[in-house]
Write a protein that binds this ligand. Structure first.
Ligand code: ADP
Ligand code: MG
Length: 313
C-alpha cells in the first residue's frame, strides 16, 4: 500500500469512529488470527446491577446492605459501584428501611448514611476488606473467602452456583468471621456482541474471552455470546500472559478491552483495541480506539486493513 492509501484508510477509520495510531497498526490488523475479548465492559455493557440479595442470618436486609455498601464505598470497581447504588436506593426509597434524621440531606445521600470503616483495602481480583465496629468484613468472591479462612456452607455455595449458571456474578459477604449473605449482579451483553462474534468466525478469526470473573459465570456468558474459548479467574496481571500464550506459535493476536486491568494485555497484543468509553489508561495502551464503543468496529478495523493491504499480498 502506498503512503497515500494508508492515509486514506486512516481517514476512513476516523470518519467511522475508529482511531488508528499509525500505519504499522493498520497493517498488522489484516493478519489478526485471534481476537481476545475482555468480558466486563467490553462484551458486556459494563452496567452492572444487583438483581438478588440473600441474607443467610437473622440480619435485616437494610442493615445487611448498609454493611456491604459501607465496605464497598471506597472501591472504584464497577461491582462496588453497582452495590453502593443499589443499597443507597434501598436505604432511601424502600419504605421498610429504617431512616435516620439526615435522610433528606443531599450530602448524606452520597456517603453520610454509611457506617464508618477502618483499615479499608481493595484486593485486586478478589474484593474488598475492612473493619466496621471493630469487626472484619469481607466482600468478594470465593477466593477471597477461602484465602481468609471463611467457611462457605453448602446452602450458600448452592445459591452462588445457581446465580453463576444464569450468567450472574455472585458476591459473598462475611462479617466477623461468618458468611452472612450473597448478592447477585448482572451485566447484560452488548446488543451487537453475538453478531460480531459470529462475523469474526466467518472471517476466519477466532474469538476468545478472558475475564477475572469466575469460571461458571464466564462459561454462561460465553455460551450466550457464542464464544467457545474462555480463560476465566485470570488475575489482573495475568491477561498479558494469556495474550502471549496465543502469540506463541507466531499468530497475530488482537486484544479488545476497556479497563485498567486490560492495559498490559492491550500493550502486549499485536493489535490493542480500546473501547472508547473505557479508562484513559486502556486508551493510551491501545493501537486502536473504538470511539463508538461498538464491537462492530472490531470488524470494521480488520476489514479496513485487509482492503488497504490486499493489493500488495
Ligand atoms: P474483570 O474486570 O475481568 O471482571 P477483576 O479482576 O476486576 O476482573 O475482578 C475479578 C473478580 O474479583 C470479580 O468478578 C469479583 O468476583 C471480584 N471483585 C473484585 N473487586 C471486587 C469488589 N470491589 N467487590 C466485590 N468483588 C470484587
Ligand atoms: Mg473490562
Amino acid at each position: 500500500a502506498t503512503p497515500t492509501a494508508v492515509m486514506v484508510a486512516t481517514g476512513v477509520g476516523a470518519n467511522n469512529g475508529v482511531l488508528i495510531k499509525g500505519g504499522d497498526a493498520l497493517e498488522r490488523a489484516q493478519k489478526i488470527k485471534y481476537v481476545i475479548f475482555d468480558k466486563t465492559g467490553t462484551l458486556t455493557q459494563g452496567k452492572a446491577s444487583v438483581t438478588t440479595t440473600k441474607v443467610f442470618t437473622g440480619m435485616d436486609r437494610g442493615e445487611f446492605l448498609k454493611l456491604v455498601a459501607s465496605a464497598e464505598a471506597s472501591s472504584e470497581h464497577p461491582l462496588a459501584k453497582a452495590i453502593v447504588a443499589y443499597a443507597q436506593h434501598f436505604h432511601f426509597f424502600d419504605d421498610s428501611a429504617p431512616k435516620d434524621a439526615e435522610s433528606n440531606n443531599k450530602d448524606s445521600a452520597v456517603s453520610g448514611w454509611l457506617f464508618d470503616v477502618a483499615e479499608f483495602s481493595a484486593l485486586p481480583g478478589r474484593g474488598v476488606q475492612c473493619f466496621i465496629d471493630g469487626k472484619q468484613i469481607l466482600v468478594g468472591n470465593r477466593k477471597l473467602m477461602t484465602e481468609s479462612g471463611i467457611n462457605i456452607p453448602d446452602d450458600v455455595e448452592k445459591f452462588v452456583v445457581d446465580l453463576e449458571d444464569s450468567a450472574k456474578t455472585g458476591i459473598l459477604v462475611s462479617y466477623d468471621g461468618n458468611l452472612i449473605g450473597v448478592l447477585g449482579v448482572a451485566d447484560p451483553l452488548k446488543r451487537e456482541a453475538a453478531v460480531v462474534v459470529e462475523g469474526l468466525s466467518k472471517m476466519g478469526v477466532r474469538p476468545v474471552m478472558v475475564t477475572g470473573d469466575n469460571w461458571r459465570t464466564a462459561r454462561a456468558v460465553a455460551k450466550e455470546v457464542g464464544i467457545h474459548d474462555v480463560r476465566a479467574e485470570v488475575m489482573p496481571a495475568g491477561k498479558a500472559d494469556v495474550i502471549r500464550s496465543f502469540q506463541n506459535d507466531g499468530s497475530t493476536v488482537a486484544m479488545v478491552g476497556d479497563g485498567i486491568n486490560d492495559s498490559p494485555a492491550l500493550a502486549a497484543a499485536d493489535v490493542g483495541m480500546a473501547i472508547g468509553a473505557g479508562t484513559d489508561i486502556a486508551i493510551e495502551a491501545a493501537d486502536y480506539v473504538l470511539m463508538r464503543s461498538n464491537l462492530e468496529d472490531v470488524i470494521t478495523a480488520i476489514d479496513l486493513s485487509r482492503k488497504t493491504f490486499s493489493r500488495i499480498r
